[in-house]
Ligand binder design. Structure first.
Ligand SMILES: NCc1[nH]cc(CCC(=O)O)c1CC(=O)O
Length: 309
């Protein structure tokens, strides 16, 4: 292949991720050229309502899927956190690139930590996962919807709309905006979203030349961890519309997966974790899901889905 056709969202973060992937590919194939097809998805257009109310992250991905299915591009590059659990039949997610720092970052223009904010202070985040976990640290803060792309969110915070906001550290790092970060939450306090910090590449299942070309970008440790998280999420019928957190890491040839599901009204949360051999990522994802289900996770998730209707 001489030229690879890439389809992407047109946000700054998406384009930074495309550049990252292009660089990696050019390390393996110095002569490879690229055609970049930029799409403004419907997810990028409906920026007012919280994401979980307007149909979720699928909005960012479906239009790109269609381009691949129609053969108008060879690969789509995504934050894998935004890629829904179930892909269209014709497509596959064969490559997960080496993960950035998966943790969540706290941005406070006054430089205050969450513990230091005054009661009733305004915290911007539209993520139910972040809200249910941060409520356990500070139930007396006012959690408000915050949408828009990453630079817009940071600008809203710096304009004084919020006392603090929460964003993925990886997105800020990719945009070279890490200097705005006040604090980074340890996973024990704020467990990251399934797939957070990793770039995934989607392509046509039958496109063997494309799959061979991109294969060297796969990072096995990231792949096993993110797949363990996604298997757990799938068993829980997870989507971005429910507060599920999942984070796996490798230590001494084993993978540990931690999972959490939040309660809609209280500061209760169910959580589970388990460690298995490196290759057992699928069993691991299912085991942690089953342990969460044994504690009532499915009915918690259902209560969120109902509340949305
Ligand atoms: N939901 C939007 C989204 N999708 C991916 C990232 C950040 C990059 C990543 O997690 O890989 C973000 C922004 C955020 O959550 O702060």
């Amino acid at each position: 292949m001489k030229k690879l056709r890439i389809v992407t969202r047109s946000s700054k973060l998406a384009l930074a991720q495309v550049d990252w992937v292009k660089n990696k590919l050019n390390n393996f194939y110095p002569d490879l050229d690229f055609d970049i097809l930029k799409i403004t998805t419907s997810g990028d257009k409906f920026l007012e309502a919280p994401l979980y109310k307007v149909g979720g992250k699928g909005l960012f991905v479906k239009e790109l899927d269609d381009v691949l299915i129609q053969g108008e591009a060879d690969i789509a590059i995504h934050s894998v956190k935004d890629v829904p659990q179930t892909l269209p039949d014709a497509l596959i997610l064969p490559v997960l690139c080496e993960r950035e720092d998966p943790r969540d970052a706290w941005i406070s223009p006054q430089g205050l930590r969450i513990e230091e904010l005054a009661a009733g202070a305004n915290v911007g985040t539209s993520s139910l996962r972040r809200i249910v976990q941060l409520r356990r640290v500070r139930s007396d803060l006012n959690y408000l919807s915050l949408r828009g792309n990453v630079p817009t969110r940071v600008a809203k915070c710096q304009a004084g709309d919020f006392d603090a906001i929460v964003l993925a550290k990886a997105g800020l790092a990719r945009l070279e905006m890490s200097d705005v970060i006040t604090h980074v939450f340890p996973p024990q306090i704020l467990l990251p979203a399934v797939g957070q910090g990793a770039i995934g590449i989607v392509c046509h299942k039958a496109a063997e030349a494309v799959r061979a070309l991109i294969a060297p970008l796969n990072h096995p440790r990231t792949y096993h961890c993110v797949m363990a998280e996604r298997v757990m999420n799938k068993r829980l019928h997870g989507s971005c519309q429910v507060p599920i957190a999942g984070y796996a890491f490798v230590e001494n040839e084993s993978i540990t997966l931690m999972g959490r599901v939040g309660h809609p009204d209280t500061t209760e949360m169910v959580e589970a974790s388990c460690t298995m051999p490196f290759d057992a990522f699928e069993a691991l994802g299912n085991e942690v899901a089953e342990r969460l289900i044994a504690q009532g996770a499915l009915s918690l998730i259902e209560s969120f889905v109902k509340a949305k209707e």
